[in-house]
Design a protein around this ligand. Structure first.
Ligand code: ADP
Ligand code: MG
Length: 663
């Protein structure tokens, strides 16, 4: 055994290492072209011409009229990690130009013959330089020329025969080159692009300077696509991104899926976004048919991780799931917004397929109140008596949805046409939503999204883990904010929980006045009179509550329904009497914004109360906390910064390690 010799470890020759690394980045001519286009665009060119020979394998040349490269920089442009776009590490997070690793030219020079001819505005003449393995060969030679840069790449992979063999035919490589160029041309309509095969008189592709995106789509992809385009943009305050989109309506479909995606002006791919977009269209398009999609997203640069893949194609970004979800909602809403398309869509459907306009509202009704809950919660004798009718009745409180199915847990804020939701136009409500969105703490949102539920302490508190920390949180405060927000987002569209049998508002208010919580004193006047005037107020305001919040009070003073704010959740009826009393006394019914605000606050308060007066906690609230509230926090809640105060760190792993090390 001992005569087995260990292998000798040798440091790989640096040139070989560089070549291997370069081969990872530049896998085919199209990768090189992408890098070169980005460089030319970074250099503020308005005209970019590309010439190729043999699919870019013999020659790939790009000429621009940008800033040019300074003579003194020519010596180092092709060394690894040289870039004019990044001087210190922190810049990585601010950089707005495309490539920022300073690796493209270096990589290319390791796998091809590279030459650069360039002239800046300041210099009297241009210079030409050639490179090999990252190094300048000889001195730059003066030459005549216009301002800008010509980069020529010859004999790509001449020193990597295997890579070269693995490539497709020149025709296929040319196809890939023109795809890349076409996409950059659509994204940069102000810049004129030309792609030419050497020796051919006509360019294969050309876009004019100062064009528009849709015009460039028409020139490159054809009128069949460009005339079906739907253009929209979306600015998201919560996740801080801008989207500009040009997508085909559902009239158009093609065998080949086309998705042009730019994130912070770099051509990228995002599998999750693509899947989401395709899933929206799959409802409308015949099987196997696809849309044409152009999307440009701008996110805070520090949120994008473009360097995960050596060729920098597949990106990941912070809040990816949420952003994808938002875009999906936007797309869905826009597609449904165009009527012409919808009628046509009907004709397009294959026989037997369900018709969108008649989508059955799912017959998912909400679970009825578990009887034990009603019984334990209504501990006060009077309440208990009051609710005996409820408990006895077989159905208890059952819920039906007047607007179709309650949102499935997977669907967040969306108000899709399938639910036949009503569009909210009241600026007061839209403003309130916006305030919620603007006030959302991105940090807290991140915690909510990724936390792991550990357990429930009591009706107001729960434990959760986030990263290596264990936290205790005030669930009541979170729930209250959640319900407040749900009221705003489900405004006019809340499914109903119907009360069966309906309850007399007058009797409920009398119960409330008798409870300690109401704080009645003899000075307030006789309870009966108070109750009567409260009922009068509520009946007067019944249309508002019915119309906007699905809270129905009949003409003869019976409470018939309450809103469903989170699927599977119903408020604790024990608190219903006080809630109604407070609606009469605490809501400012006079002024619109104040009215919505106070109504939503009171309702949120009621919905977030989980405790039973008996003090004991039945199994149900535990279940609700884990399976209803926490998932809803994760899904819907846009937490304001003040909720940070409702979270306490109990311990964390590093601290625990220290403790146990000592033992
Ligand atoms: P990066 O783009 O990440 O900086 P590159 O290797 O692609 O790295 O380019 C290195 C440097 O060469 C750039 O930072 C830029 O200063 C210069 N450069 C490359 N191409 C051009 C061009 N077409 N016009 C002007 N400068 C260029
Ligand atoms: Mg670059």
């Amino acid at each position: 055994m001992s005569d087995l010799e260990p292998g000798v470890i040798r440091k790989l020759d640096e040139v070989v290492v560089n070549r291997i690394a370069a081969g990872e980045i530049i896998q085919r001519p199209a990768n090189a072209l992408k890098e070169l286009l980005e460089n030319s665009l970074d250099a503020q060119s308005s005209h970019i011409q590309v010439q190729v020979k043999a699919g870019g394998l013999k020659l790939l040349q790009i000429q621009d009229n940008g800033t040019g490269i300074r003579k003194e920089d020519l010596g180092i442009v092709c060394e690894r990690f040289t870039t004019s776009k990044l001087s210190k590490f922190e810049d990585l997070t601010h950089i707005a130009t495309f490539g920022f690793r300073g690796e493209a030219l270096a990589s290319i020079s390791h796998v091809a013959h590279l030459s650069i001819q360039t002239k800046t505005a300041k210099e009297r003449c241009g210079y030409k330089a050639t490179y090999a393995d990252g190094k300048l060969q000889g001195q730059p030679k003066p030459c005549a020329g216009n301002q800008g840069t010509i980069i020529s790449i010859e004999d790509l992979f001449y020193n990597m025969p295997q890579r070269r063999q693995a490539l497709r035919s020149p025709a296929e490589e040319f196809q890939k080159l023109s795809e890349v160029l076409a996409r950059y041309a659509v994204h940069n309509p102000r810049v004129g692009f030309t792609l030419r095969k050497q020796g051919e008189a006509q360019p294969s592709l050309r876009t004019p300077v100062d064009s528009s995106r849709s015009e460039n789509i028409r020139i490159i992809y054809g009128a069949a696509i460009s005339k079906e385009l739907l253009e929209f943009s979306h600015r998201d305050e919560v996740f801080k991104f801008d989207a500009e989109c040009l997508v085909t309506q559902v009239n158009y479909s093609a065998k080949k899926s086309q998705m042009l995606l730019f994130i912070n002006h770099r051509l990228v791919e995002s599998t999750s976004l693509k899947t989401a977009v395709e899933s929206v269209y799959s409802t409308y398009l015949p099987r196997g048919q696809h849309p044409f999609i152009y999307m440009s997203l701008t996110l805070p640069a520090q949120n994008v991780d473009v360097n995960v893949h050596p060729t920098k194609h597949e990106v990941h970004f912070l809040y990816q799931d949420e952003i994808v979800e938002r875009l999906k909602e936007q797309l869905e809403a826009r597609l449904l917004g165009s009527n012409s398309t919808r009628t046509f869509y009907k004709q397009l459907r294959l026989p037997g397929a369900p018709d969108l306009d008649e989508t059955q509202p799912g017959d998912k009704t909400q679970r009825i109140y578990p009887k034990e809950l009603v019984r334990t919660d209504a501990s006060e004798q009077k309440l208990e008596k009051f609710f005996t009718s409820l408990v006895k009745s077989d159905s208890g409180i059952s819920s039906t949805s007047s607007e179709g199915a309650p949102p499935l847990p997977e669907e967040s804020f969306r108000q899709t046409a399938a639910r036949k939701s009503r569009e909210v136009r009241l600026s007061s409500v839209l403003d309130m939503r916006q305030r919620v969105e603007r006030n959302c703490s991105v940090q807290l949102r991140g915690i909510l999204k990724n936390l792991v539920y550990v357990g429930c302490v009591d009706e107001r508190r729960a434990l959760f883990q986030y990263e290596t920390h264990l936290y205790l949180c005030n669930t009541r405060a979170f729930a209250e904010e959640l319900f407040y927000q749900r009221l705003l987002y489900e405004f006019q569209n809340c499914p109903e929980i119907s009360l069966n049998p309906p309850l007399s508002v007058q009797e409920l208010i009398m119960l409330a006045l008798e409870s300690e919580a109401a704080g009645w004193t003899p000075e307030d006047g006789p309870k009966k009179e108070l109750a009567e005037s409260a009922v009068e107020i509520l009946q007067q305001k019944a249309p508002i509550m019915r119309e906007y919040f699905s809270l129905r009070i009949s003409d003869d003073g019976l409470l018939e329904s309450l809103p469903t704010l989170v699927p599977q959740h119903q408020p604790n009826v024990a608190h219903l009497p006080v809630y109604l009393l407070r609606l009469a006394t605490e809501v400012d019914w006079e002024e619109e914004v104040r009215c919505f605000k106070t109504f939503c606050r009171e309702t949120a308060r009621f919905y977030s109360q989980m405790e039973c007066q008996s003090g004991s906690m039945s199994g149900h609230p535990r279940w609700i906390m884990e399976h209803v509230l926490f998932p809803a926090f994760k899904k819907y809640l846009l937490p304001p910064p003040r909720l940070k105060e409702q979270i306490y760190e109990l311990t964390n792993l590093p601290t625990l390690y220290k403790v146990f090390e000592r033992c």
